[in-house]
Design a protein around this ligand. Structure first.
Ligand SMILES: [Zn+2]
Length: 420
């Protein structure tokens, strides 16, 4: 089966031959087998390199890579190429969801506590397969999944199932369980007599010995990144307060980095963000109470900010402006899970509603997220030699961000999942 074959979603039988079974980095899997090339002909191409889309450009895909991109009129197209006409669309890089929880679903359906305590692992994984498909079909060809929230190492198996072509879904970078200090996280509110028996939505670790073991154990079980809660709502009045000491955070980062992995830190307090930045994390998630000083420090240390404007009650316009003014790289991540999977576009719309230009929001979800994942030279732009992760949307998203909801074509690694 060739790369131009449309994978029919909802059917049980996915032709295994359509998928390469390569191992290695998350991004390198799930590639189409080499065969005749495919020519994609939209109205315009936004390559994520130049600000403005290029009218009249086309993209030639061979195997799992982009073979050529440029003016259609000047492109040498092989005689055996299959053409996919995409009238009225902008072709652009597949979007990246930088903060997902494929093992969670919205809390208005089931509370977070009940998902963690009452939903079996099998139930959660079954749901997650739907979430993975919905995310891909919404044009998000990659996710960084930031914690299974009580579902153990299920993200690793989900990633493998997608990579092996068993289920459709985005490329995945996974963290397994987030790491917290004892008492910091949840579920909370149980009798002191048996609260030690209550399963937690993250893995507790304190002090050098336990922390060293937990970080290495998660890596052993398949973590691509390490996720920590630099703070959480465990203050005397339930307010967010830092958990790990600076030295503990430094140890987490040291161990992760010595294995070639980066650390993402959940943090909503200025002190948590400050410690996480000094410790050397790669990204800070949420950052609701960031200050100009802490964003300046993040910019100096090259820490990316994932504002997750889609969640949390506070209007993030002010903090987003502080971060942009300080020169911090903004990355895209919606906190999907709490946000419905497949509604990931909400974050880009939210970034624009909170002051970014459509171009800044699109860059957050393409080049910035790709660089954050360490694959900025392989994806996140429409460039010759890059992975053929491409979407076509009706309209021009650089002018109207809501165009990204009108997905006409989804291609990942040269395989077409949706086409007109
Ligand atoms: Zn999250």
């Amino acid at each position: 089966m060739r790369k131009t074959s449309l994978i029919v979603l909802g059917l049980a039988a996915l032709p295994a031959a359509a998928w390469a079974q390569g191992r290695g980095a998350a991004g390198g899997r799930g590639a189409a087998q080499a065969g005749p090339p495919t020519l994609l002909v939209p109205d315009r191409v936004w390559d994520a390199v130049d600000a403005a889309p290029h009218d009249g450009w086309a993209v030639l895909v061979r195997g799992d890579r982009i073979e050529a991109v440029g003016p259609r009129a000047q492109m040498t197209v092989p005689a055996d190429a299959t053409t996919i006409a995409l009238p009225g669309t902008t072709l652009m890089p597949g979007l990246i969801e930088g903060h997902s929880h494929l093992l969670l679903h919205p809390y208005n359906e089931t509370s977070w506590n009940d998902q963690v305590l009452h939903e079996s692992l099998a139930l959660r994984v079954a749901r997650a397969t739907n979430h993975a498909r919905a995310t891909l079909m919404a044009g998000f060809t990659t996710v960084r999944d930031l914690g299974t929230e009580g579902a153990g190492y299920a993200d690793v198996g989900l990633k493998d199932a997608i990579a092996q072509g068993i289920i459709p879904g985005p490329r995945m970078w996974v963290v397994t369980k987030a790491i917290v200090v004892t008492g910091e996280y949840a579920p909370k509110g149980f009798s002191t007599e048996y609260m030690d028996e209550i399963p937690q939505g993250a893995e507790e670790a304190d002090g050098p010995d336990k922390i060293s073991h937990v970080v290495r154990d998660q890596i052993k079980h398949g973590a691509d990144w390490i996720k920590v809660y630099a703070d959480y709502r465990w203050g005397p009045n339930g307010e967010a307060m830092p958990g790990f000491t600076l030295d503990e955070l430094k140890l987490i980062v040291d161990i992760a980095k010595s294995s070639g992995r980066n650390v993402a830190a959940h943090s909503t307090t200025a002190e948590g963000m400050h410690r996480a930045t000094l410790a050397g994390v790669a990204t800070i998630e949420h950052g609701d109470n960031g200050t100009p000083e802490v964003f300046k420090l993040m910019a100096e240390h090259g820490v990316c900010y994932v504002p997750t404007v889609s969640v949390g009650g506070r209007n993030k316009q002010a903090v987003l402006k502080m971060a942009v003014d300080a020169g911090v790289t903004i990355c895209n991540g919606s906190d999907s899970g709490p946000v419905a999977h497949g509604d990931n576009a909400r974050e880009l719309e939210g970034l624009v509603a909170n002051g970014l230009t459509p171009l800044q929001a699109l860059r957050a979800a393409t080049v910035n997220d790709a660089k954050m994942l360490g694959v900025g030279d392989k994806m996140g732009a429409v460039k010759t030699g890059y992975w053929a992760d491409l979407i076509a949307v009706r309209g021009d998203p650089t002018k109207d961000i809501s165009a990204i909801r009108q997905v006409q074509l989804v291609m990942k690694g040269g395989t077409v999942y949706k086409q007109p």
